[in-house]
Design a protein around this ligand. Sequence first.
Ligand code: MG
Length: 218
Amino acid sequence: MPQRPAACLFDLDGLLLDTEPAHARAWQEASTRFGRPLAGAELLSLRGRRRLDCASQVQQWIIAAGGAPLSVQELLAVRQPIAEALLATAPAMPGAEVLVRRCVALGIPMALATSSAQQAVAVKVAPHPWLTLIRERVHGDDPDLGGGKPAPDPFLLAARRLGVAPTACWAFEDSSAGVAAALGAGCRVHVLLPPGVGCQAYPEGVICLNSLEEVELD
Ligand SMILES: [Mg+2]
């Protein structure tokens, strides 16, 4: 059994909260409205990334498909209202609250390392008071943040704020971009497998989970 983590660094979307169906549906509806429906693999590749990074990618796909030239702002003007309505009611992932409360009971420090902007996080966490048990948060629009996932910066910053070595932290992720970020930071990486994705999609050493209920902290 590996040593207990110095801290747990949690992704938010698709890891603690079941928000990925909402994100995917919002990108799909917006892109389709501009004439370019998205494939399942394309939607998966958007997971874990910051909104503007996703918007630039979707904009490129639309333009490459011969769609009318459009700006990121025009795309987001369609996408955001769809996303915001869905995200405000996103449920917790199974086992998430129990895992966070277990960290509290064991005295393990926690941080959120999310690509989501501060304002968006506030909307999503409002129905879930247990998320305030995670005191430290690194947001996608954090002024101290360099690059977004897949860059390691969010996990490095989260560990620094908790005063622990990133290599002594356990990171919990669900996206390819997030796993790359956490590995780059040197964390011990746990990935909650998205539906239809197998463990062989990830580098050796990554711990694959079908549910957060499988996590053993001690
Ligand atoms: Mg995620």
